[in-house]
Design a protein around this ligand. Structure first.
Ligand SMILES: NC(=O)c1ccc[n+]([C@@H]2O[C@H](COP(=O)([O-])OP(=O)(O)OC[C@H]3O[C@@H](n4cnc5c(N)ncnc54)[C@H](OP(=O)(O)O)[C@@H]3O)[C@@H](O)[C@H]2O)c1
Length: 330
């Protein structure tokens, strides 16, 4: 195949850093069993980091970022995939050390690919992307730990972000009373549309002080924010409840004590989307096309942009200004 195609390429040398659209050929793509014509990608926090020189996420340059992609198989040496199959590829080394989704073509190892579930379009798959998968995995882990709508309210921190928006919408779809915490006063209408029953400010979660044990407010929490917020959330979870932690938007240090764990039986559930095994990943994508799929996934949560708009849009996610999910139309 001699066709040339467009991709967003980041490059770094001693004195220079660039993010630009370049023409590549299939031979420029890394090794892999499955060649995919990318239909859509998306923007996640890691992609924001990939677009800045001090992001510490890209292993070597030049590089094509984009940790998510969905598209159609062009050719495959993996018997599990045939020409014309619609597929999703997220996580593993994609967009970190293996050329990613900001490219009209991608070549991906078959072990990293999930068949597109029935009842999910390629565009919807990228409205979810890694953020949606992480939100879904958080909810699944909380429910495995005993969370049900009858147990009480569920908090979502960073509620207008990618993980947060999808957690709010999926929890509401499952009948939970969702408390959405946000730093964006202008986003209340958006959060109500997603299904939030109550909206609180970031300061109502963490106001600069953390008690070892505080008033028991929530049966569970989805927390992509981390840092002091996570410590404060742990102190306010009801007896036997749990927090699913996936991120570190507010920082990696969590100044907590053992008391929520040993006096209230609280569980801290770690959420990793990157190496989540296929036996969990594939059925969860099927659930995301079914009982977890919220109304308004495309209309309310996602904004579509083109490859040309990516370099201006990527910084928004690092400033905490992004609302919902950006889908990149290739
Ligand atoms: N574990 C995994 O597998 C996994 C997968 C995906 C993402 N992540 C991580 O999860 C985190 C969130 O990802 P995302 O894609 O949802 O990012 P995002 O779209 O940028 O959302 C983060 C949200 O956090 C809130 N926020 C921003 N700055 C804050 C601050 N200083 N203090 C408190 N809250 C703040 C904002 O929401 P409000 O304005 O509404 O408060 C923001 O929209 C990142 O750390 C990412 O790396 C982990």
């Amino acid at each position: 195949m001699s066709e040339r195609f467009k991709a967003l390429v980041v490059d770094k040398s001693e004195n220079d850093f660039s993010v630009s659209i370049k023409n590549l050929s299939i031979d420029d793509l890394p090794a892999g069993d499955v060649l995919i014509k990318t239909a859509y990608s998306s923007i996640n926090y890691k992609d924001g980091l990939a677009s800045i020189p001090e992001g510490k996420i890209i292993k070597s340059y030049p590089f094509v970022p984009g940790i998510d992609l969905a598209g159609v198989v062009v050719s495959s040496q993996d018997p599990r995939f045939q020409e014309g199959d619609k597929v999703i590829a997220t996580s593993y080394e994609i967009g970190v050390s293996h050329y990613g989704g900001y490219s009209e073509y991608a070549r991906i190892p078959g072990d990293w690919i999930v068949p597109l579930p029935e009842n999910l379009s390629l565009k919807e798959a990228m409205a979810y992307g890694t953020a949606g998968f992480t939100a879904a995995l958080s909810i699944q882990r909380l429910e495995e730990n005993g969370l049900t709508p009858e147990k009480g309210k569920v908090l979502v921190t960073g509620a207008t972000g990618g993980v947060g928006s999808l957690a709010v919408a999926m929890l509401a779809k499952r009948g939970y009373q969702v408390v959405a915490s946000t730093g964006k006063e202008t986003a209340h209408e958006y959060l109500h549309k997603l299904g939030a029953a109550e909206i609180i400010s970031r300061e109502e979660v963490y106001n600069g002080k953390i008690r070892s044990l505080d008033k028991q407010l929530w049966a569970g929490a989805v927390d992509p924010v981390g840092g002091e917020y996570l410590a404060a959330v742990l102190s306010k979870i009801q007896y036997n409840g749990a927090v699913a932690v996936s991120g570190l938007t507010a920082g990696g240090n969590v100044p907590t004590t053992v008391f929520p764990f040993i006096l209230r039986g609280i569980s801290l559930l770690g959420i990793d989307s990157v190496y989540c095994p296929m036996e969990v990943r594939k059925p969860l994508w099927n659930r995301m096309a079914d009982d977890l799929k919220p109304a308004g996934l495309l209309e309310t949560i996602s904004h579509e942009i083109g490859l040309e708009e990516l370099s201006d849009t990527l910084p928004l996610i690092l400033k905490g200004q992004a609302k919902g999910r950006f889908i990149v139309n290739l």
